[in-house]
Ligand binder design. Sequence first.
Ligand code: ADP
Ligand code: MG
Length: 391
Amino acid sequence: MTLNEISNRLSQEFQAAYGRPPAWIAAAPGRVNVIGEHTDYNDGFVFPMAIERYTVMAAAPAVPNSTVVRLRDVKGTHTATIDLAQPLKPAAKGSWHNYPMGVIAGFLGRGIRPPGFDAMLDSTVPMGGGLSSSAALEVATATLLELITGKTLDPVEKALLCQKAEHDYAGMPCGIMDQFISVMGKKDHILLLDCRSRETQLVPMSDPSVALLVTNTNVKHELTGGEYAQRRAQCEEAARILGLPSLRSATADVVERAKSKMSDVVYRRARHVVSEIERTQHAAEGVRASNWPTVGQLMYASHSSLRDDYEVSCPELDAVVEIAQGLGLRGGVYGCRMTGGGFGGCTVALVDSGKLQAVSDHIAAAYEQRTGIKPTIFESRPAAGASVLKR
Ligand code: ADP
Ligand code: MG
């Protein structure tokens, strides 16, 4: 469904549920990270793009002087009521409305106070699928609140407000990538984000001959615990041994020369991070030059590094990458890698637009044959970030 189709259907459902049309409609996309994995907490670069999957929110004023916010989705399976006259505090962990409530709290904290309103949302971003439905919900809420209050936030401030909502209300200590791309994404552009300076650069990808294919392995391996925290600690240890504030300041040479001072594991973790930061910058140059074979090779190299040095892949992610690589350039695949934290979730592939269907069919069949699991596959071009559909 296109954004306009989702929005039109939402308008009708809003009218049916609340007995009047919405006054405001806002949307925000999910995202996929093209390259730059486990670099964010090392002050490195990430390179995400917004996908053509959106969370859309519509709203109309409540009765005059009301301080009550009513929220629901189109199906009526997620509902919540928030009274703005009461101090806000996070609901039980796992409650869906912690995301919008945390964003409302962020506005209140800045002295921006909306009146009561009725809202309804719909989304084509799969929930819990690693495509950041959480950031899409936060940023859609923030964009809606900008409309309702008439106060527009600076994009960086808006993204940080949404990140804080996820930290403080949803209890998820995420980085800045998801909210930044959902706010700042631009059609036909990938966002190069420097997690140290928070500087952003929109890199054009207007060549229509390629698209991204996202494959959800539909597995999520339960971790015995502490894998992420352990990786972070190992990166910090490497930086400490190198005498640097973070691995961002290291180079491959510096890591190599210090090899004997580190355990093998810490050395390999550092090697991944430093090489991945470099690959991410090179990939951005490759996209700028429409040099798809180079970008694809960097994606394969990223995957190998995540699998062998960082040890966050899994057999199912490796299977998709191997199947895609088996198709090769002649089959329409430039590159493929796991995306997201790892141990399951999605891969992202750079694919010849004319061969998307054939590649997708082949991956689906071969993956199911190998693993017995049906994957979920969809394509996307780089989409726009948060937008206003009615004001
Ligand atoms: P991801 O961001 O990868 O999709 P998360 O676990 O971070 O996964 O966020 C998913 C959670 O966000 C859901 O469990 C739900 O609480 C909330 N959420 C996201 N989108 C919606 C939506 N459209 N309607 C209701 N809740 C949503
Ligand atoms: Mg999330």
